[in-house]
Design a protein around this ligand. Structure first.
Ligand code: FES
Length: 363
C-alpha cells in the first residue's frame, strides 16, 4: 500500500480533447505518445513527476478508460505517455497500431499520489521497476537528477530482454549526461547480458542492490513500480532491512487484461440501499442492490462520476463516505488511516447499510 499519507485535494476533472503531436516507437511493441497541450489548458495539465493521465476512448459505443503514467519531464515542456501493447488490450493495441499524429484523444488532467517532490536539499532516491512500470520512473528520474546537483538516482530495472526494454536509449543518454549520479542496473529474465543481472526482480536482487552494490549510500526514498508480486516481495525486503514504511512508495502496473482476474465480491445478497451522491456541488439520490458496485450504480444513473481503471489500481474514483458504511472487494491504494477517515474506492465498494451518503467533492 502506498504510504504517502497526504491525500491530495482531488477535483472532479473533465476530459479535454488533446491532439497527438508525435508517436515514437519505443520497443517493437510499445510507443511513446506526445500530446499538444493548448495554452489555456497548460495549468490544468501541469503535473508532478510520477502522476498519470486517464484516456477515454469510444470503441463500438463502449466507453473505454485507461490510466497511463506520464513519462516526460516537466523541464522539457512535453506531455507524453508510454503505451506497451498487451495481448487483447483494447486501447493499447489501438495506440500501437492505429493511432497517428494529428488524431485527438479525450484526456483527463494528471492525477496520482506516486510522486517525487524535491526538498531543495540533496536526496538519494532508488527506483525498482519492471516492464512498463518504468514509465512514471522516467519522469521521476529526470526530476530527481535536475532538481539538485547533488541528487543521486539508482534504478534497478527488470525486463525479459534488451529488446523489450522501454526507454533503453533514453536511459543510456541519462547515464551519459548524469554519470556519477545516475546508476542503472538491468535485470533480464530471458537471456543473460554482460553487466546485467539474470532473472526477475526479487528479494535477492533488491538485497544485492542495497546491501552490496550501494551499501554505503543512505537512501531517502524508494519507488517501486511493476506487477503486484514484485512490489510485495521487494517491499517486504525493504521493510526487513529496517527501511521505514513511509519512505516506500509504490504504483501497481497491471495490464487491463490481467486485471480482469475475478475478485470474490464481498456482498452477494439482494437487499437494497438508498444512496445520496454529492458531485460537483450537485446532489443525486439512487437506489441500488448491495451486491452491485457503487461506481456501477452511479454510472447507471448517468452521473458523471470520475473513474479510470475500475480495478482498484488507480485512485481516480475516490469519494468520502459521510453517512453509512461500505465494504471494498479490493483496495491496494488507500492507507488504513485514509479508510478510517471515510475514503473509499467507489469502483470496489458495496453499501452495507440501508442508507449511504458519499461525497466526491470532499477528497
Ligand atoms: S477507478 Fe481506479 S481505483 Fe477505482
Amino acid at each position: 500500500m502506498t504510504e504517502y499519507l497526504l491525500l491530495q485535494k482531488k477535483f472532479v476533472s473533465a476530459f479535454h480533447s488533446l491532439r497527438i503531436s508525435r508517436i515514437v516507437p519505443n520497443t517493437p511493441n510499445a510507443v511513446t505518445i506526445y500530446f499538444d497541450v493548448p495554452e489555456d489548458l497548460k495549468s490544468e495539465f501541469d503535473f508532478k513527476p510520477g502522476q498519470y493521465i486517464t484516456i477515454r476512448y469510444l470503441l463500438d459505443d463502449e466507453d473505454i478508460r485507461r490510466a497511463y503514467s506520464i513519462c516526460s519531464s516537466r523541464s522539457d515542456g512535453t506531455l507524453a505517455i508510454g503505451v506497451k501493447e498487451v495481448k487483447d488490450g483494447k486501447f493499447s493495441v489501438l495506440a500501437n497500431r492505429k493511432l497517428k499524429e494529428g488524431d485527438s484523444l479525450d484526456v483527463m488532467p494528471p492525477e496520482g499520489r506516486f510522486i517525487f517532490e524535491s526538498l531543495g536539499s540533496p536526496q538519494n532516491v532508488v527506483a525498482i521497476a519492471a516492464g512498463s512500470g518504468i514509465t512514471p520512473i522516467m519522469s521521476i528520474a529526470r526530476e530527481v537528477l535536475e532538481a539538485h546537483d547533488d541528487n543521486r538516482f539508482v534504478l534497478l530495472y527488470g525486463n525479459r530482454g534488451k529488446e523489450e526494454t522501454m526507454f533503453y536509449e533514453e536511459l543510456a543518454d541519462l547515464q551519459k549526461k548524469y554519470s556519477g549520479r545516475f546508476s542503472l542496473q538491468y535485470s533480464f529474465s530471458r537471456n543473460s547480458e554482460e553487466g546485467a543481472l539474470f532473472g526477475r526482480i526479487d528479494s535477492a536482487k533488491a538485497n544485492y542492490l542495497l546491501k552490496n552494490k550501494f551499501k554505503d549510500v543512505s537512501f531517502d526514498s524508494f519507488y517501486l513500480c511493476g506487477p503486484e508480486a514484485m512490489i510485495q516481495e521487494v517491499k517486504s525486503t525493504l521493510l526487513a532491512q529496517g527501511i521505514k514504511q513511509d519512505k516506500i512508495l509504490f504504483e501497481l502496473f497491471t495490464s487491463p487484461v490481467a486485471d480482469e482476474v475475478e475478485v470474490a465480491p464481498q456482498v452477494t445478497d439482494d437487499s437494497k440501499t438508498t444512496v445520496q451522491v454529492v458531485l460537483d456541488d450537485e446532489e443525486y439520490t439512487l437506489v441500488m442492490k448491495r451486491k452491485q458496485l457503487l461506481l456501477d450504480a452511479v454510472l447507471d444513473e448517468d452521473i458523471d462520476a470520475p473513474y479510470s481503471c475500475q480495478g482498484g489500481v488507480c485512485s481516480t474514483c475516490i469519494a468520502k463516505v459521510t453517512e453509512g458504511k461500505v465494504v471494498m472487494d479490493k483496495n491496494q491504494i488507500l492507507t488504513d488511516s485514509e479508510i478510517e477517515e471515510g475514503y473509499i474506492l467507489t469502483c470496489q465498494s458495496h453499501p452495507t447499510t440501508p442508507t449511504l451518503k458519499i461525497d466526491y467533492d470532499d477528497v
